[in-house]
Design a protein around this ligand. Structure first.
Ligand SMILES: O=C(O)[C@H](CS(=O)(=O)O)OP(=O)(O)O
Ligand SMILES: [Mg+2]
Length: 239
């Protein structure tokens, strides 16, 4: 199985996704938030790239979520903290979500055969879903405003490592960036939270009061849910 890892959305070329599975990874925090909302019973998360589109799409009964500069958008129900998306508030609800990087990355992957949302919390489940889909796979690290973010690279390394465990080492073929990210993950896996808190997004989140979000987002393989894009909304894979 071929798995290419791309360092940030700016480096992604959407035409190269045709006939492939794309796993979009935005550990802090969009894909962790989408996974959490679906695990808590949301009936679907619609990822959009702009605030205007989010407002246009929202219908009676929908919830609006998202951030700009890490802060909740004025007039929206929620920001981009996974901790806000509790079962009490999201069960049975459709959520329209717009964030700076993650939802933009999902939109950019739209030409893929299948688009999955990966994060550290569902790394193993994402690996298993990509194997099930039997396609060449691209892991797109969302990054932050078209610059690489280490937490996304560590997650790509985790997914590659899980694929190698599930398929056997000789069946997991990746590019040089993927090899590097797997090495980083293997070095950091026993102190993942500390590593994420030492990188630029982790520091920014902690400074902005979101330490508990980083703690949740760094819990390796704590979630079974893998969001997949179907008819413009993310729903649990294999539902
Ligand atoms: O809210 C977040 O965690 C980030 C904000 S920023 O772009 O890193 O400032 O958005 P995301 O789209 O989840 O990366
Ligand atoms: Mg991010």
């Amino acid at each position: 199985m071929h798995i290419e890892v791309i360092a940030n959305i700016g480096e992604a070329r959407s035409d190269e996704f045709l006939h492939k599975t794309v796993i979009v990874v935005d550990v802090l925090r969009a894909t962790s938030t989408i996974i959490t909302a679906l695990m808590n019973g949301s009936k679907g998360v619609v990822p959009v790239d702009t605030v205007i589109k989010a407002k246009e799409l929202a219908r009676e009964g929908d919830l609006l979520g998202g951030e700009r500069y890490c802060k909740k958008i004025p007039g929206f129900d929620f920001g981009n903290s996974p901790l806000e998306y509790t079962r009490e508030v999201v069960q049975g609800k459709r959520i329209i979500l717009t964030t700076t990087n993650g939802t933009r990355g999902i939109q950019k992957a739209i030409k893929a055969d299948r688009v999955l949302a990966g994060a550290i919390i569902n790394g193993k489940a994402s690996a298993a879903a990509a194997i099930d889909l039997k396609r060449d796979t691209v892991i797109v690290c969302a990054g932050t405003q078209d610059v690489f973010s280490l937490e996304d690279g560590l997650c790509a390394g985790l997914i590659l490592n899980e694929i190698a465990i599930l398929l056997g080492e000789q069946h997991m073929i990746t590019n040089d960036f993927g090899l590097a990210m797997r090495g980083c993950y293997l070095e950091a896996k026993d102190h993942l939270l500390e590593t994420i808190l030492s990188c630029s997004n982790g520091k920014k989140m902690k400074k902005s009061g979101f330490l508990a979000d980083v703690e949740l987002c760094a819990k390796t393989n704590s979630a079974e849910c893998v969001p997949v894009l179907e008819n413009d909304q993310m729903v649990p894979f294999g539902r």
